[in-house]
Design a protein around this ligand. Structure first.
Ligand SMILES: Cc1cc2nc3c(=O)[nH]c(=O)nc-3n(C[C@H](O)[C@H](O)[C@H](O)COP(=O)(O)OP(=O)(O)OC[C@H]3O[C@@H](n4cnc5c(N)ncnc54)[C@H](O)[C@@H]3O)c2cc1C
Length: 498
């Protein structure tokens, strides 16, 4: 029987990114995918600076940015495209070390990821193969994979279902979805300009009560349109090209653009109530789904696998017990739920403007859109509310060994302690943890961070401990340094040698 360390069901963007993160640690990874080739149609179009840092681990962030568009404004407009509320976006690098909003073309992005997958000899891709059953026991998972000729029996230490919204893995585990009751159908159209025309470099949420819609200016003339399906609509109309071109007419015409596709999607807002059963876990759309108003669904999935990969590494190195895998859901669940709530809030802003246009009152169910930077509240030192612990560490380009290099390239998916003065001593237990985790020490003088991106933290703290997924575990003074490092032991079920 063929044996793997991790089997991933689903070769969508989340499964593909996960396979590389694991392969970089040297593990034997299997991807099982029922289709052949990347999905030919774009769904996700937007990514942010935090995801670009994960893509940078895969060495494709620069390629993605080079093949993307950065919009300058988000407008909530009336039916005549007159802005009612606007958010200006500064293009270019942010404190994440990358732009904070880039619009890509998904088939191209998946191509970039798959090129990297193919470079890893320890990733086996089985396409046109469907996971049809599995048995999950204490030792690992026995998988049954069916292709056109046979059913193959495979053993893997772990199985991770990155198998999308109607996840087979989630259903087999009888995991229920918590439904937030925000389910809508939208017609999604992708078009490409065939000649230059003047279109706003913007995302426009058109708050037209007759038919709310979204316009997004993607890269190299790729345009995304989303139109809400209204109760009186006939699905037959959406199969009619003339009908679609009429919807697109405020922006493009047949003589300046081609229509790639028009398809109706049902948007859901829901989260799986459990993300792990023994050696089987779920990630990405299998674990959570959200309307695309914030362009964050794939991003949430990429955050999942960035969180999970290093924990699996500690488990397989026998440095942590199996319970470390429970921290994955504990850390990711609230964050994913927060992201879903944010996307619902954007939908409610649209509905609010639509109601106002008709002179109707509208009372949103949620508490409103708060544009806080996402963070995790578990898996960090003292669960502090200092706006630092549990947030991605800002990324300066630093002076390091006589060259300028991005901070992430120094951290390289390792626990890293960053400080300005190296005068510290550690307790025996803290030192044992430093040795167990091979925690990197990075001394950075003020001059080494000319962009001053870490100043905000160093104004209040002396030591910053960064997790392999680039989230700050904790920031503290020298008095508490040993305590902070020691706390990693319980937090991640480490097997510390006496
Ligand atoms: C219109 C629209 C716009 C969006 N815009 C954005 C955006 O701008 N930004 C963003 O971040 N997100 C966006 N999203 C969400 C994003 O597309 C999804 O969150 C993302 O594709 C999920 O990726 P995934 O890898 O988890 O799942 P999927 O991409 O669905 O991949 C799952 C894979 O699993 C395979 N599979 C399923 N069952 C089996 C089985 N039993 N055996 C083998 N293979 C199996 C499937 O064939 C599929 O290839 C958007 C979604 C939509 C619909």
């Amino acid at each position: 029987m063929k044996t793997f360390d991790v089997a991933i069901c689903g070769y969508g963007p989340v499964g593909a990114v996960f396979s590389i993160l694991l392969a970089q640690y040297g593990y034997q990874v299997l991807i099982i995918e029922k289709n052949e080739g990347p999905s030919p149609t774009a769904r996700a179009i937007n990514t942010d600076g935090e995801q670009l840092r994960v893509f940078d681990k895969l060495n494709i962030a620069e390629e993605i940015v080079a093949n993307s568009n950065q919009i300058e404004n988000i407008h909530f407009s009336d039916a005549n495209l007159k802005p009612l509320q606007s958010i200006h976006l500064e293009p270019g690098e942010t404190e994440m070390g990358w732009p904070n909003q880039v619009l890509f073309y998904q088939p191209e992005l998946e191509g970039f990821i798959r090129t990297q997958v193919n470079l890893h000899k320890n990733i086996t891709v089985m396409e046109s193969s469907t996971l049809t059953n599995f048995s999950n026991n204490d030792k690992g998972v026995e998988l049954y994979v069916k292709n056109s000729r046979e059913t193959i029996n495979i053993f893997s230490k772990l199985l991770v279902g990155c198998d999308g919204a109607s996840s087979f893995v989630r259903k087999q585990l009888n995991i229920e979805l918590e439904d937030f009751g925000y389910n809508q159908s939208w017609l999604v159209c992708d078009a490409h300009l065939t000649q230059e025309i003047s279109l706003q470099n913007a995302l426009i949420q058109v708050c037209d009560p007759k038919r709310p819609c979204t316009f997004l200016h993607g890269r190299r003339g790729h345009l995304r349109f989303e139109f809400r399906v209204m109760p009186e609509d006939s699905m037959e109309d959406f199969k009619n090209d003339d009908y679609i071109w009429n919807l697109l007419s405020p922006w493009i015409k047949r003589d300046n653009a081609v229509l790639e596709r028009a398809a109706v999607y049902k948007f859901h807002a829901c989260i799986a109530e459990n993300w792990r059963d023994k050696n089987v876990l779920i990630a990405g759309d299998a674990a959570h789904q959200m309307p695309p108003f914030m362009g964050a669904g794939m991003g949430a999935g990429i955050r999942d696998v960035a969180n999970l990969a290093w924990k699996i590494h500690l488990l397989f190195q026998n440095k942590a017990s199996h319970t470390i895998l429970n921290t994955y859901m504990h850390e990711r669940f609230n964050h994913a739920k927060w992201t879903i709530a944010q996307t619902i809030s954007i939908g409610e802003i649209i509905e609010g403007f639509c109601a106002a246009a008709e002179g109707k009152e509208y009372n949103p169910k949620s508490t409103g859109y708060a544009a806080q930077f996402p963070h995790i509240s578990e898996g960090i030192y003292k669960n502090s509310n200092n706006g630092i612990n549990g947030y991605p560490i800002p990324q300066p380009s630093i002076q390091h060994h006589q060259r300028i290099i991005k901070l992430d390239k120094v951290i390289e998916s390792s626990f890293t302690l960053i400080f300005q003065s190296s005068k510290f001593s550690l307790s025996q237990k803290a030192q044992a943890i430093v040795d167990l985790l091979n925690i990197k020490f990075l001394e950075l003088s003020k001059e080494d961070d000319p962009e001053k991106r870490l100043n905000k933290i160093f104004e209040n703290y002396e030591y910053i401990l960064v997790r392999p997924d680039l989230y700050v575990y904790g920031a503290t003074s020298s008095d508490n340094l040993s305590d902070m490092i020691e706390s990693l032991g319980d937090k991640f079920s480490l097997k510390i040698k006496p």
